[in-house]
Design a protein around this ligand. Structure first.
Ligand code: A3P
Length: 286
């Protein structure tokens, strides 16, 4: 959980990153263009990976911008403080990131033809990734232990609220032609195939060479070495680089190294109950 948090419409936000005004801007004042592309996720689900992919698709595989412009400036989160000018000066089509839940997303999006790419990840890996992230990012309280961290995650006592509410909320749009959902696990398994599907959704035609470049330059290895994408530009007071890397492991199933058998059984039971009305088979369940 964030060190200092506040509630906005029932969801937890951090005073260091958000304000009533910044959330109000994203929800009510922001004006969506029809060609906007929103990169929406619950935190730790592959947000930065999708930024990398989308910026490379936008540049038709040319990595120069990815290598020279920080990831936060290529696709800023539109709900955080002091970002309005940055969002409004983006070149079009704008790529805009967000972790907002469906019920507080930009009202103007719903009246536009803009598109959303919603990336999800096995919540067990989200939880583990988030546990490590909370140890290195100063806006978080240092987690006391994994059990407590899991309980907070399950009860929605977490930054951006409950993972389950996020998924249940956003997947209400699953049949909308402006909404494309994909999982982190699919990206890991077949990045090229996923890039092609994303291009199709966006109506972008890329030749094979451009697709190859998107795949290569958004790989874990290349991103980890790219200073514009690996968060090493974030000051040490905010991100403790001595303690960990933003691009930490980049795998699926790391939860198996962290969960006890009892924690896994507990989590499975909660999971079944909380997503029982979803009617979508999520990739990691197969
Ligand atoms: P891990 O902590 O499990 O390694 P977000 O961008 O939503 O904060 O998600 C961060 C997670 O995505 C981290 O997971 C990070 O390593 C992983 N990630 C980022 N880029 C990746 C890539 N190119 N390939 C695989 N995983 C990536």
């Amino acid at each position: 959980m964030a060190k200092e948090s506040f509630l906005y419409k029932g969801t937890h936000f951090s005073v260091n990153v958000h304000s009533e005004a910044s959330l109000n801007y994203a929800e009510n004042e922001f004006v969506a263009f029809d060609d906007d592309i929103f990169n929406v996720t619950y935190p730790k689900s592959g947000t930065n990976w999708m930024i990398e992919i989308l910026s490379l698709i936008k540049s038709k595989g040319d990595p120069s911008l990815n290598n020279s412009v920080p990831i936060f400036d290529r696709a800023p989160w539109f709900e955080i403080v002091d970002v309005k000018e940055k969002v409004e000066s983006l070149s079009r089509p704008r790529i805009i990131s967000s972790h907002l839940p469906h019920h507080i997303f930009a009202k103007s999006f719903f009246k536009s033809k803009a598109k959303i790419i919603y990336t999800m990840r096995n919540p067990k890996d989200v939880l583990v990734s988030n546990f490590h992230f909370a140890k290195v990012l100063s806006i978080f309280e240092e987690p006391k232990g994994f059990q407590e961290h899991m309980e907070n995650f399950v009860s929605g006592n977490a930054l951006y609220g409950s993972w389950f509410d996020h998924i249940n909320g956003w997947l209400q749009m699953k049949d909308d032609s402006r909404f494309f959902y994909i999982t982190y696990e699919e990206l890991l398994l077949d990045l090229r195939g996923c890039v092609k599907r994303i291009c199709k959704f966006l109506g972008q035609e890329l030749d094979d060479e451009a697709i190859d470049s998107v795949v290569k330059n958004s790989s874990f290895k290349v991103m980890k070495e790219n200073k514009m994408s690996n968060w090493t530009t974030v000051p040490s007071e905010i991100f403790d680089h001595a303690k960990g890397s933003f691009l930490r492991k980049g795998v699926s199933g790391d939860w198996k190294n962290q969960f006890t058998v009892a924690q896994n059984e507990y989590f499975d039971a909660v999971y079944q109950e909380k997503i029982k009305d979803l009617n979508v088979k999520l990739f990691w369940e197969e």
